[in-house]
Design a protein around this ligand. Sequence first.
Ligand SMILES: *Cc1c(COP(=O)(O)O)cnc(C)c1O
Length: 428
Amino acid sequence: MSNLALLGGTPIISEPLKPYRSIGEKEKKAVNEVMDSGVISGFYGSWNDKFWGGEKVKQFEKSWAKQFDVKHAISVNSNTSGLYASMAAIGISPGDEVIVSPYTMSATAMAPLGYGAIPVFADIEPETFGLDPKSVEQKISPRTKAILVTNIFGHAARLKELKALADKHDLYLIEDNAQAPLGTEDGKYCGTIGDIGIFSLNYHKHIHTGEGGICTTNDDALAERLAMVRNHAEAVVEPAGVENLVNMFGFNLRMTELSAAIGIVQLEDIDDHINKRIKLSEALSDAINGLDGVTAPHVRDGCKHVYYVWAAKVDKDILGISRTTLSKALITEGLSNFEGYLNPLYLLPIFQKRIAMGRDGFPFNQSDVTYEKGMCPVVEDMKYNRLLGFAPCMYDVSDHDIKQLQDICHKVFENIDDLKKYEKEQEQ
Ligand SMILES: *Cc1c(COP(=O)(O)O)cnc(C)c1O
């Protein structure tokens, strides 16, 4: 008889881990100050000095730009909003193509569609799961206008290489940096290497304001266009003297003073929030170190990983059991898995049925770009066979919890033969 919880034994952790809580007294005080002021949003949707936002919004943007060593930070009400605003700012037009990753949150791949452009999927690298520059280059066509890359799980994609590729072909490089605040490549912050970087401040991210997002850029003109789209651009282009009207119809993507006030104090503690996730992730990597068939998350030379997800890779042939069985064994012992992004994005109905905007299949009906299964072999292999993930951002763990999570890894791997037997029985 095995003592694995999956096979009837006692789990190492029987209570769910505590959810991560980054909202404390500081945040409450900051919000109450705004409440007392009565001005819970400072924006005006017309051309006056409040067009650029309230005091807290402006202060938050200034602090963000300083923290990330970038010229401009433009707050929005979500990362998704920031993705749309970035497509507007760079002048994406119907029929353009934007190269995206199939291995990211769906929002990344939707942004081009918002402006009638076509998402084109390139494959990812098997080590750190970011866009593979070689695959990207093969997908560049005369219609390509931008590469929209995700720094997935908290690790930089090959940003320097992708920027060089973008420059060579006269394309924009946009970074979806929802998952990698303070991640770096060669000493430069993720989100500041492309023309625009977009961060998320939703509840599940490293630091948050409930909902929220922020765009970064070193380009003055792009910064102005982002801020215009955020706040009813069409109504102010004339008094503002804006001449480039491309995509200058705006939305209301504005951040409230309440969110900005939370953002300001969260940002003060960003190192602490991120270091906790790194500590937990490194402990998990240590616990599986030396085991044949499971590889801890890879950190490329010169990069800092900030672990939105700790994503290990499983090799079934070496390990002798499938990823699914291993995952079940870990979960029943109390190590909850991250099970996101189970399908490559191009297999979503929107691409398979080619229905996005309106009834007639626009913009796909204008394009011969296709979305067939098998088109990105690395991502398909990864999703179905290999990935073992844990989301450190979701849990508040003590040193004791960390030790127990490590014990879970040890216990499962010491009893791997029982799992092999279990799997054989399941197959029969
Ligand atoms: C969370 C996330 C988003 C969406 O962020 P919101 O702020 O919820 O809009 C987009 N892309 C990636 C990679 C994400 O992780």
